[in-house]
Design a protein around this ligand. Sequence first.
Ligand code: ATP
Ligand code: MG
Length: 148
Amino acid sequence: MKSKAMNEVTLEFPSRSSNEGFARSAAACFAAQMDPTLNELEDIKTAVSEAVTNAIVHAYPDAIGKVTLKLRLCPGNVLELTVKDRGRGIADVEKAREPMFTTGGEERSGMGFTIMESFTDQLTVRSVPGRGTTVTMKKKLAPRLKTK
Ligand SMILES: Nc1ncnc2c1ncn2[C@@H]1O[C@H](COP(=O)(O)OP(=O)(O)OP(=O)(O)O)[C@@H](O)[C@H]1O
Ligand SMILES: [Mg+2]
């Protein structure tokens, strides 16, 4: 079940490679309210970067399409990150999630999903060929001691 967000923001941008850096920084800015450690921030930025890069590179290989990044702060200090495209979709999600599987040729290593999985606590990939892909990641941040 979808947990109720205590705060959330939705960003929509075209699948231009310059927006990968924007999405990464936007996720870090949103996460800042949770008082994350530097390590947690790096994990969040890397995971978002991999998901957004996939939308830019694979979802719309020969075109510019819409990418949506949704950031939600959920109970229990959980940050939910969702990257959605309406591009090509993935025929076999299980296969695509395997380490080193790529359809991207030599310049891709096929490690994006593996990185997202290891840098977050939960990764869900929903995809319909020809309709698009939604990647949802959940990251639980360590509770921080409040000094005041
Ligand atoms: N948003 C997407 N739309 C369509 N296909 C996707 C999408 N995301 C991933 N894929 C497919 O899943 C495969 C695996 O993705 P993954 O991110 O693990 O590796 P990669 O992008 O090929 O390489 P790397 O991320 O290491 O540069 C991709 O090669 C592509 O076929
Ligand atoms: Mg990738």
